[in-house]
Structure formats: structure tokens, C-alpha cells
Design a binder for this molecule. Sequence first.
Ligand SMILES: [Zn+2]
Length: 320
Amino acid sequence: MRRWQGVSFAARTKKELTLVQEQSCCRQAELEALILGSGHLRPLDGRTALDIETENVATARRIYTLLKDVLAVQPEVVVRRKMRLKKNNVYAVRIPVHGEEMLARLGLVADADDHHVRIAQPRKHKPCCKRAFLRGAFLAGGSVNDPGSSSYHLEIGVADPTTAETLLELLNGYQLHARLLRRKKGFVLYVKEGEKIVEFLSIIGAHQALLRFEDVRILKGMRNQVNRLVNCETANLNKTISAAIRQLEVIRLIDERIGLQSLPDHLREVAEMRLRYPDVNLQELSARLTHKVSKSGLNHRFRRLQEIADKLRRGEYKGQ
Ligand SMILES: [Zn+2]
């Protein structure tokens, strides 16, 4: 994986997001999204705890602060080490009691079976809160490819279908061309266009990440353009050179057999110019003639010279 100062682009983006300053309405919206993405109820000592889990320590700190600010509670932090696969720590920021009540205060509810959190009733967010909600959703379940990797990709995973629909509507309210995909476990929303990923980063307030993304994207674009130009020019140059080599062969043959002076004036001048300027293209050659001729006119004259040379080779030349 490519690293940006030692950390993946996604992790660095999240780190930046956890430092965004916001007003109290937005804090609540971000917390809602964080809980929708990573929260669940957990039976604990006969009570119901609300756990919000993350592998990202900066996100854990953010959740902790938001819970304190928005719900005026004192959360606990539980750290557990993942046994399989990546051995990252998982941080559970926990409110140990009254889990349902905490959710209700945010307009959320937990499913009785799997304890996943859902939106109790759809709400209308203010524009500032929409951004905060997206920021929370990205912090909870988001990831983004490094801009230098082979394809642009940003995604947000969620478990609950209502949340997925809400996010899809929000993202496409900003014309981000987001798509929704069903996976074995839950849903994923994704954005594939570099330009739209940049817009998303701007919307959620990840401005450092945005600048980094743009730098790499522009550099990549320039490199592609330069490569295209180089390939194109090399191809044209090769074409020019091989055409010129053929023309020179024809002219030398004519000169050896009958002498260029025996050609009509308009053909002789072209032949002489080609001998003097063997490596220029037709346009440049035309500019050196006494009477300027179009490219196709010049091509026609070279074809005439070719015909004469062909006739000379076959012994059919009877003069002009
Ligand atoms: Zn707000």
C-alpha cells in the first residue's frame, strides 16, 4: 500500500476529519452517523450498553468527545486485540447503561434481533449537518484509495438498508454519482470518479487530504498527457522520416537515370528541395518553395515523381 508520510491515505484523511471543528447541531448529526455505522447495543450485567467500535484511535477519541458533548454522558473505552487477520486494536467507546434511551435521544433505534442501529424516523438535516452526517459515516465505515493507485475509489460501508438509502440520497444530492451495492453483510456506497472524490473530501472538510489528492491526480494526468504526446510525436516523426526516405530514393533514381533538370519545373523544384531538406515534413517543405503548394498538392507531385521512377525502373519512360 502506498503511504503518505508513513500512513495510508484513508487513515490520514480520517485523522484530519477528527480534528474538524463544528457547531452543536453538526456534532449531533456526525454522532448519529457514527452510531449508525459502528454502533450496536450489547447486553451487559443485566443492562444494555451502547458500544461504538472503531479500529482507528483518532476516530475513537472523536466518538468519545462527541458522546460527552451531545449526550452529556461519561463514556468508557474498552480496547480489545483482534485475533485473526490484521492485528489492529479495536476500540469500543461504551455507554454502559441505558443504551436504548441514548439512541432514542438521537432519533435512533436498535433492531431487536441483531442489535444493529437504524434511523427511527427520517429527518431533514440542515446543509451544515448533512456534511457532518457524511463525515461521521465516512469515519465509521469509509475508505478511500490512495490517489496514486491504479483506480480511484471511495466507499462507505453500512449494515442497515435505511441508512444506506439515506446516504445515497445525500451523496447524490451533491451530484457525486454515488452507487449503492448490496454485499453479503450489509451495503456499500461507492464513488469512482477522481473529481467526485475530491468534491466529497471537500464536503466533509478533509481539505488537506483533498489537496494531496489533487496534487497526485494532476501529476498523474500530466504524466499521461506527456506520454500521449511523446507517443504521438514519435509516431508522426517515424511516418515523416519513412516518407522522406522513400521520396529521396525516388529522386536519386530519377537524377541518376535522366537528371533532375529534365523534369518539368514544378517537379524539379520539389525534388531539389527534398534533397536539400531531407528531414522536414511536407508542410515545412512547402514553405520553402517559391510558390507555396498545399500539402495535398505536394503529395501529388511526389506521386508524379514516384510514377516517373516506376516507369524508369520498368524501362517505360518516354519523357514528359
Ligand atoms: Zn449543523
